[in-house]
Design a protein around this ligand. Structure first.
Ligand code: DAH
Length: 339
């Protein structure tokens, strides 16, 4: 019988448990009222006298081993639970770190800023809620000027003087009012027009305005700057300037980039001509300079304005402008590898 008890001691020593339930079952088996130890203690009186001492010592040893084991396992499991409470299951594999993506508008805007900053243009900003002076009047568009209808405007109902800016040209005015020439600045921002929403146009979109004011600035400077820009952004240096009209520039032009016909699969992009219109520009009208406190006899300059959204659609082969404001992650995730 003593050998049997020694076996039980070895078993108890080797016992391992993963849960409190297993520890409890172990405790009941050895130390419970109807457990093994009580059976052996009851057996004590039947043991031959000369064996009593060894028998007694052995069952005491079994008792101590079982008790120590129960205490040790309980402590171990409790400390594990504490850790789990704070950190979760430490044996699980790590969470993958999700990479975000820049919005295509930001990607293209940053590219444009980067290109112009290399030739000395800084970045300026103005408010989206504007007054009539900065959006229209100072830009040579006095009240009742027919060209105001070129841009369907959202007015603030209670105050006809306050509106959502229809173009970033308003920032030109603010910049000239607050800075002395030489001026070289680009102004990216969001603009608003009361237009029907479709795949090609939206009631809000983004523009970058450019302004260069100094002594003796010529139309040739404008053309050279734009040629540098299109080469950097599109990898295309062939441009053409078509005469146009904007109230704030004289002369005014529209800029086309020669895109070629290789990508003209659906006839939509350049309508079979190979030329793509990308911006408006011109020499700043002397009236605008004077409205902003700059002496038009001493200074001249050029300005240009382009839509970021359309360029983003073009560069990233996006078919619908509405995708740019819907924030569908399945769309946005596709720009992870872009700049
Ligand atoms: N503000 C014009 C628009 O919204 C774009 C523009 C054209 C800006 C000619 C200019 C410019 O600075 O010179 O359509």
């Amino acid at each position: 019988m003593i050998d049997k008890i020694k076996e039980l001691i070895a078993e108890a020593e080797a016992f391992k448990a993963q849960s409190k339930e297993e520890v409890e079952a172990f405790r009941i088996k050895y130390l419970g009222k109807k457990g093994l130890l009580n059976d052996y203690f009851a057996e004590f009186k039947n043991v031959a006298n000369e064996q009593k001492k060894e028998f007694g010592q052995t069952i005491n040893q079994l008792k101590k081993t079982a008790e120590d084991k129960v205490n040790a396992l309980k402590e171990e499991l409790e400390s594990k639970e504490e850790v789990k409470g704070i950190y979760g299951d430490l044996s699980r594999p790590g969470e993958p770190i999700e990479l975000g993506a820049r919005h295509p508008i930001s990607i293209v805007k940053n590219q444009i800023i980067d290109i112009f900053s290399r030739i000395g243009f800084n970045v300026s900003e103005g408010p989206e809620i504007e007054d009539d002076w900065h959006n229209f009047t100072a830009l040579n568009l006095p009240e009742y000027h027919p060209a105001r209808d070129m841009q369907d405007t959202f007015f603030i109902q209670t105050d006809p003087d306050i509106l959502l800016r229809t173009h970033t040209s308003s920032v030109q005015v603010r910049y000239m009012e607050n800075n002395k020439p030489p001026i070289r600045t680009i102004s990216p921002g969001r603009v608003f027009r009361n237009e029907a929403i479709s795949a090609r146009s939206h009631c809000f979109f983004h523009q970058v305005e450019g302004l260069y004011i100094d002594k003796d600035v010529s139309f040739a400077d404008l053309k050279q700057t734009l040629q540098y820009f299109t080469t950097e952004l599109f990898g295309k240096s062939k441009i053409r300037l078509r005469p146009s009209y904007f109230p704030f520039t004289e002369p005014s032009a529209e800029v086309d980039v020669y895109w070629g016909l290789e990508t003209e699969t659906d006839y939509k992009m350049t309508k079979g001509t190979g030329w793509l219109e990308i911006m408006g520009c011109g020499m700043v009208d002397p009236n605008v300079l004077e409205n902003c406190g700059i002496d038009s006899k001493e200074y001249s300059g050029f300005a240009f304005g382009m839509g970021i959204d359309r360029i983003a659609l073009l560069l990233h082969q996006i078919s619908d402008i509405r995708l740019l404001s819907e924030n569908d992650v399945r769309f946005l995730e596709q720009f992870k590898s872009a700049l």
